[in-house]
Design a protein around this ligand. Sequence first.
Ligand SMILES: NC(=O)c1ccc[n+]([C@@H]2O[C@H](COP(=O)([O-])OP(=O)(O)OC[C@H]3O[C@@H](n4cnc5c(N)ncnc54)[C@H](O)[C@@H]3O)[C@@H](O)[C@H]2O)c1
Length: 359
Amino acid sequence: MSAIPYDTLRPMLRDQRILLVGGAGFIGHNLALELARMGATVQIVDNLMVNSLIENAFAGEQDTVQRTAYRNFLNERFALLRAEGVSLRNADARLLVDLSRVFEEFQPTKVVHLAAIASAVDANAEPGLCFDLQLITLRNTLELVRPKVDQINQVMFLSSSTVYGDFKGDSVDETTFPRPEGIYANAKFMGERLVRTYRRQYGLGVTVVRPSALYGERCISRRVSQMFIENALTGKPLLLEGGGDGRLDFTYIKDLVQGQVRALALHGGPEQSNTFNLTYGDARTIADIAAIVRDIVPEAILEERPRAVEKPIRGTLSTERAKRILGFEPEYDIESGYRRYCAWYVDAWRRAEREANLT
Ligand SMILES: NC(=O)c1ccc[n+]([C@@H]2O[C@H](COP(=O)([O-])OP(=O)(O)OC[C@H]3O[C@@H](n4cnc5c(N)ncnc54)[C@H](O)[C@@H]3O)[C@@H](O)[C@H]2O)c1
């Protein structure tokens, strides 16, 4: 039982107006829903350029069932947001003038920055775009907060566990020196440094969040946790590089969101800065999640492959700081969270199959 019961956070969020930049995506819409349920007023600004309905409608390689399933996930996001009273502005945060209009109209008290190409592989393939989506949008956000430090008490920046680079030893904590590799991780590290610099120079209140290997309902980012269950359902093999011994700190979206809500509610305002690992806090192997998939879909095909030479070495992120300061209590190991997500995916897929066959 946490020393800071979750429900006691409500009064701290009730008067907050929280703007989520890049908030229509996987993390953003889940965070928006929870913040609205906790009593905050929430506005999303997103240009819907990543994993959007339009991208889904015109993506070349998708089959009809996959297209239908993903369309359902996206429509469900919007329906849930509408039902919770979250508003969404379709605008590009790279354009200062457009973002500035959103700030003027909404008058936020807190801003969460999420815009990015959220996949390291895709970002590394398009370095210029990665730079623009992560850093130009962040620059605009910080520049709009800077003259309003009295009114906007916190900026939360979504960084990544990839800033640590190859993990050495059993786990990393927030005092581990970052050694980011590649464009995605380096842009995240630059973002962290920018945010902290704005705290030092201009007195912003800031929080840096480092999540890892998220999975959960309505995610269409096609990471291994999603691809495994989808491949199992479509007769494609689950590829286990090096026998699947690579370890990741798989984290259910509900755990991340709980930590973010705590970090937003308990923040001390201007001048305060903190960095938190927000993960389940126990790295598990790729083979472990494949075993759960096979348990749920017994006909799943597991195929071993040679280890990729340049695969990053990952592992556990210690969450002791978040537990101590925020009362963070991650609840879902993969046996509970990933199993629950897979069961949801099977239902959603079967529904999409029925709908696709009707059209
Ligand atoms: N999902 C993970 O496992 C994970 C792990 C570590 C860090 N992160 C970070 O968390 C953040 C959110 O990740 P996610 O999984 O929700 O990704 P996502 O792709 O689902 O969401 C990102 C959103 O940003 C929006 N966006 C991009 N450029 C924009 C722009 N110029 N203006 C307005 N909106 C824009 C996209 O349209 C999208 O809706 C990202 O910064 C990501 O790097 C994610």
